[in-house]
Design a protein around this ligand. Structure first.
Ligand code: 2PG
Ligand code: MG
Length: 409
């Protein structure tokens, strides 16, 4: 059965309830992005502008109950076979018929049902099915928000920090807490508001214009790391530029508050950034359609830092394969709702790790309290995970789940 619930931005989203033979009910719910790649699988939304501005999910509920449920129910839960059935029932390359929100809600519910039947944790079931050794991912934690996730004119979308060494979850939380709280004080003392953006990072209105604004943001991050008692060797910085959103496809220029950059100019800017700051990775450094810019970026910086493809690959094995063949990126972001089933997301992850790409499981900016992505990251042995800041219930749910999982490993 489906239910319309609301995500962390207050938009409708889908919850799926699946009743087991013994009356136990497993649940799942799905997230939604703000910076959505144009080639992502499609969500099914009502489209009636008078109600929730067209974002309602009553059609998705109807689809879940009248098409998906009859095909899946009254059978022993079997994630891999049922994901295949969902793909078949949909019959389109991008879930245009059933909606990726609908199929993913079903896919997660099936996984949980199967885990329940087999007496396994969700992550352990995935590890068994995909023959992986459950592994705690390293967390990239978003502490400063810009782009589509805040209203502060900061062009880059995410400024994240990550403990440079592989440490346990308690220590990760402790380091992140110290840097996050220090950053809050630093921003406050500099006269900035300390309200947070969609993913729980601060969203200050920084003063310098254009490219310089990113420097100002990074200076705050480095200061926070150092004032919290760490060095830039202890804590690294990860960025998501989300370059789609400042790329003008007509002029082929990246537009950053009055600065008009070619792909080559932007590569030079990133070169400058990595000279100045302890940057571990840059996600979506180029736009989803700028494959040449991506190649240049990878050629110039690929041996220095990790270049993560999100919108360019949209968790698609075909796109990732092309990327591997054409020397694009050396890391891949994996978002289950970009494809619509757990199996397809895992296939992209497996392809990435076989090609020796860094693999990062990821939440969406509009989240529910469902912590499934934490189980997914552990069970599929993703190297990294990003689930936002260590504040806001829908983000903390994932960190708390990792803390719980760690105890069981
Ligand atoms: C991203 C994501 C998650 P959104 O771009 O990586 O952080 O944002 O869900 O808005 O696409
Ligand atoms: Mg991204």
């Amino acid at each position: 059965m489906g239910r319309q619930i609301f995500d962390s931005r207050g938009f409708p989203t889908l919850e799926c309830l699946l009743e087991m033979e013994d009356g136990f009910v497993v649940q799942s719910s799905v997230p939604a992005g703000a910076s959505v790649g144009h080639y992502e699988a499609l969500e099914l939304r009502d489209g009636d502008k008078k109600v929730f501005n067209g974002t309602g999910v009553l059609k998705a509920i109807y689809t879940l109950e009248t098409i998906i449920a009859p095909a899946l129910c009254q059978k022993a839960p079997d994630l891999i076979a049922m994901d295949e059935l969902l793909i078949e029932l949909d019959g389109t390359p991008n879930k245009a018929y059933l909606g990726a929100n609908t199929t993913l809600a079903a896919s997660i519910a099936v996984a949980r049902a199967q885990a329940y039947v087999q007496g396994l944790y969700d992550y352990a079931l995935l590890a068994e099915l995909f023959q992986q050794k459950p592994t705690l991912p390293r967390c990239m934690v978003n502490i400063l928000n810009g782009g589509m996730h805040a209203d502060n004119g900061l062009v880059f979308q995410e400024f994240m920090i990550m403990p440079s060494q592989q440490v346990g979850m308690n220590e990760t939380m402790s380091i992140i807490f110290d840097v996050y709280q220090t950053l809050k004080h630093l921003l406050h003392d500099a006269g900035h508001i300390t309200n947070v953006g969609d993913e729980g990072g601060f969203a200050p209105q920084l003063v310098p214009k254009g490219l310089k604004k990113q420097y100002a943001a990074l200076d705050f991050l480095v200061q926070a790391i150092e004032r919290a008692g760490f060095t830039v060797e202890d804590v690294s910085i990860c960025l998501d530029a989300a370059a789609n959103y400042f790329y003008d496809a007509k002029t082929k220029r990246y537009v950053i508050e009055g600065d008009f950059l070619t792909s080559a100019d932007l590569v030079s800017f990133y070169e400058e950034l990595i000279k100045r700051y302890p940057i571990f990775s840059i996600e979506d450094g180029m736009s989803e359609d700028d494959w040449e810019g991506w190649q240049l970026l990878t050629e110039k910086l690929g041996d220095k830092i990790h270049l993560i493809g999100d919108d360019i690959f949209v968790t698609s094995t075909e796109k990732l394969m092309r990327g591997v063949e054409e020397g694009v990126a050396n890391g891949v972001l994996i978002k289950p709702n970009q494809r619509g089933t757990i199996s397809e997301a895992y296939a992209a992850l497996a392809l990435g790790s076989n090609a020796e790409y860094l693999t990062i499981a990821s939440h969406r900016s509009g989240e529910t309290n469902d912590p499934f992505i934490a189980d997914f990251a552990v069970g599929c042995a993703a190297g990294y995970l990003k689930v936002g800041a260590c504040v806001r219930g829908e983000r903390v749910a994932k960190y708390n789940r990792l803390l719980a999982i760690e105890k069981t490993l």
